[in-house]
Design a protein around this ligand. Sequence first.
Ligand SMILES: *Cc1c(COP(=O)(O)O)cnc(C)c1O
Length: 473
Amino acid sequence: MPPERAEAEATFRLLPSVEEVLSQVAPSTLAPGPARDRLLDFVRETIDRWRSDIRSGHLLAGDLRKRLSSGDLVREVQDLIAVDSRRGLKRAINATGVVLHTGLGRAPVHPEVAQAMAEAASSYCILEVDRETGERNERDAHLGTLLTRLTGAEAGIAVNNNAAAVFLTLQTWGAGKETIVSRGELVEIGGSFRMPDVMARAGTTLREVGTTNRTRLEDYRQAITPRTGLLLKVHTSNYRLQGFVHEVSADELSALGSERGLPTSYDLGSGLIELPGATPLTMLGDEPRVRDAVSSGIDVVTFSGDKLLGGPQAGLIVGKRSSISALRKNPIYRAMRLDKVTLAGLEKTVELYLAGRADELPSRQMLLASAESLRPVAERIAAQIRTLDGFTAAVMSDKSQPGSGSAPGIFLDTFVVQVKHSRRSAFALAHALRLGDPPVFARIQEALLLLDMRTILPGEVHDLTEGIARIDA
Ligand SMILES: *Cc1c(COP(=O)(O)O)cnc(C)c1O
């Protein structure tokens, strides 16, 4: 055995056994089972890491002895346990100022919506049965009716998300045929949802027309052949073409579809609803509205439930009665149908719109909040932070974003609290806040930590300041 090998062998023997380490990180009463197995995995993983450091010569006997006696190994196991215990879906405070933040779950729902969802989850509910006759019926029949009232369409259905809505549409009319779409609208939505890839998987052949910046109705018309299955329009929801541009309007596309007897579809994504009784979201500029898309005569319009609508995650499809019933008959629809909890939440969300209470929806309130209304909250939080040792805080005006690819290039005036710490960088502060309970997500801009007041919910101010106070505790 070469001398280095022999030395490594001797060093390995200094490492404690798995059982020894386990007894130091867990009470000896820990019964066999998943909890004990999980700890054993962390202990083995840590010992293995130390072993490989010994093997590679990065950890020599002297160092190893020192680190063992100072409790480093046990501490590393405890760190793994701590990281593991922080995993998973938990409530978080959004101080990023991005209202529809996909990473943080997009729209927080109205308390009455949350309550309807909790009730549906924890009890039986009238999901697929008619109360009058006791017969089975469609689970989203009532939602369909509510959607017609909301959007002015003849009919509506819902699936798990808008990506599914688009897929179902393409598969229903485009499979085995061609789908014509403008080259300027071949969007990629975050999370690898690329229009051309989705089309391929839906079994439809992409027929691109026009150029990146300009597409005319003539381009669509000339591409129509007996193989054409669908004329598609996609809202470029997360980018904006500027300059020498032209796109085909929904009205034009719908007229061409009727003229040639071809189905038409418009993927809106963001799904802006404006109704009497709801303060218009004028800050979003020329963001297309669901009602306008429907009244253009397009056969089906698809949009998300958790973007500008402000409800739970879903894909909503509204349009002509015959088109919606064709979608419903597609067996793939069954694989995309909503669960009772989401359905309960969506019905309640739409009911709030129809009752003239849309302004109560948290995401609409956040979009509508004026900078001046956010300033006092910022002042209050800054004042509390200034009382903490090592911290300084300043209130500044800044810009928030609608998020979720809704209204790109649109910024909303806001007030932020800029937080500094005498010994910690903005990055270290942001990290500590993310690991807190509840976790806080802040914005870092030019190496400054900013807390944007726009996306802080009314009841969260206390938790936020407590979270900051605990950083150095
Ligand atoms: C967001 C978006 C989608 C995807 O919607 P999800 O609800 O996230 O599945 C599809 N198309 C457009 C244009 C979008 O903006």
